[in-house]
Design a protein. Structure first.
Length: 203
C-alpha cells in the first residue's frame, strides 16, 4: 500500500516538473498533495536551476489564490447545503467547516489572513468567508498576503535542502510553529487595537 502511494506521489511530482511553472500553479490549485510538499519540490527545481526562485514563489501565490477562490465560490454560491452534500468529495470535513464558521463569526475578515497559517483551517476558512459574502477584493488581498510568506518559506527550504527536499516536514516543524505564533500574535494585536478604538469612541 505504501509503495503504491509513493509511486503515485512520484508520478505527480514528475508531472509538476514536466509542466514547470504551470505545474506549481496547478499542483497548488488542486492540492492533491499538501502545499508544503509542492512548494518544497518547487524549491528543489530552483536548486536544480530549472525554475527561478521569484517566479516559483509567484506561482505558489497564484496557485493558492486559485484554490481559495474556488472554495470561496463554493461558500458563496453553494453555501452550507453544498458543503454538507458534496464536501466529503473535496476532503472538507463538516467539523472543520463548523470550526471555521465559528472563527469567522467571532473574529471577522481578519481571520482569513491568520487562518492561512493553521493546518486544515487555511483551506476551509474560505467557505464561511464566501457564505458571509465577504468583499472579494479584501478577501483576495488578505489571502494573497498570507500566501506570500508561506510560499517563500517552503520554496526557500526546498532550495536549501536540495536533494534532501523530501525531508521538508521534519525540517520545517519549528519554523511552522514560529510562523503560527507570529500569526496569532498579529491577531492578538489586532484585537487590542480594536479594543482601544472602541474605548476611545466611547470616551
Amino acid at each position: 500500500m505504501m509503495d503504491t502511494i509513493h509511486q503515485w506521489l512520484d508520478q505527480l511530482l514528475l508531472w509538476i516538473e514536466d509542466l514547470g511553472y504551470w505545474g506549481i500553479i496547478i499542483g497548488l490549485a488542486i492540492e492533491v498533495i499538501p502545499s508544503e510538499i509542492v512548494l518544497a519540490y518547487a524549491g528543489y527545481l530552483v536548486f536544480r536551476g530549472e525554475v527561478s526562485f521569484p517566479v516559483a514563489v509567484l506561482c505558489g501565490v497564484i496557485g493558492a489564490l486559485l484554490q481559495q477562490w474556488l472554495l470561496y465560490a463554493i461558500g458563496r454560491y453553494g453555501g452550507r447545503p453544498f458543503v454538507d452534500r458534496f464536501g466529503k468529495y473535496l476532503h472538507l470535513k463538516q467539523k472543520h467547516v463548523d470550526i471555521a464558521e465559528r472563527w469567522f463569526e467571532k473574529h471577522g475578515s481578519v481571520i482569513v489572513f491568520t487562518a492561512r497559517f493553521v493546518p486544515v483551517m487555511r483551506q476551509v476558512i474560505s467557505i464561511p468567508a464566501g457564505m458571509a459574502r465577504m468583499k472579494l477584493s479584501l478577501y483576495t488581498i488578505l489571502t494573497g498576503l498570507a500566501s506570500i510568506p508561506w510560499s517563500i518559506l517552503f520554496v526557500y527550504l526546498g532550495n536549501e535542502l536540495g536533494n534532501r527536499w523530501d525531508t521538508i516536514e521534519s525540517e520545517s516543524g519549528d519554523l511552522v510553529v514560529w510562523i503560527l505564533c507570529s500569526a496569532l500574535g498579529l491577531l492578538a494585536l489586532y484585537f487590542v487595537v480594536q479594543y482601544w478604538r472602541k474605548r476611545s469612541k466611547s470616551a
